[in-house]
Design a protein around this ligand. Sequence first.
Ligand SMILES: [Cu+2]
Length: 243
Amino acid sequence: MNFFSRSIFSVRVIAIVPFLVILFVFASVSYGSPNMGHVTGDITVFQKKLFGGTKKKKDMSGVVVYIIGFKNEAPEEVPDIVQKDKKFSPDILPVVAGQEVRFPNRDNIYHNVFSISPVKSFDLGQYKGEEPPKLVTFEKPGLIPIFCNIHPEMITYVVVLENNAYAMTDKDGTFQIGNVPPGTYNINAWLPQAKRVSQEIVVQPGQKTEIHLEIEEVLKMKPHNRKDGSEYPPEVEYKATDL
Ligand SMILES: [Cu+2]
């Protein structure tokens, strides 16, 4: 090999190295680390029948499935809970302890976002669409029901978790949780009006653990009060002012 062909060879090698690095990065992003495990499965949701008993729900989405027993740093991403058409959206938001949530009001009427939860109580005051959205940091794990002090029908839940090993179910009840460090944990499933269900799981490196759980949406929601503990006035009072 003369000098000329050797230098072409080294140029080729140099050119291929970043390509291989990129390939490796892509491979590890799409398949996760081989040292981590995966958890998949489905949650069957039952709901109350009109005349007693329970039946399988058609839409089994919206169940929070989460693994407890280890901690992760909160991601920097700031998710939104939007106020639009007198509704909070989403109506359940899982976050990691330490994560911030933004509460934009996209209606042109006032809302007042508050919680009296012992895990995190806050009051964002009243603001409308054109005003900058307010933010809340959720430091401690727990379930935080959030209401609007003006509209009693507005309810959302922030589910603060200790790690990012969580998922929300699809319509058919299936879920996938990737990149779980190996270990023995509990996996929980919860949705409003249901009692949390739990099961022990063993996560092994590079392996898939499959679980099947059932949950019943049969609890009655207690009517909640306003932030000062008083009851919401009858709705007619608001029609006059179009709040
Ligand atoms: Cu409101």
